[in-house]
Design a protein around this ligand. Sequence first.
Ligand SMILES: [Zn+2]
Length: 116
Amino acid sequence: MITTNALHAARLNNNCPECFANDGLEFSFTQEQITKKLFTRAEKNISEKLYCHSCENTIYPVNWNEDIERVYRYHKKQAKPKQTSVKLTKLGKIIALGILLFISLVIVVFYQIPIA
Ligand SMILES: [Zn+2]
């Protein structure tokens, strides 16, 4: 299952390169997270999108002007990505704990360590 986490979003008062409205642009930074049965992991890639609510267009970087670039760099720093390390889900933890208990039990039985 893939979920999209919103990291940061900001409205801009720059002029839209398409319709020149100065109240329609919005930057959004998102990061995808893949969740399997036993673990969950955030993807390294951050997707960034500049969308204009006035003309309902996505503005691609090729059409950005210098001002937009500057604002972009500022907001990019605000978008803190989640750690990409693998985390166990609840089920994953239960299973890991089960395996751990099983191994301890095998060791105890194998070496016949008297419990307590
Ligand atoms: Zn526009």
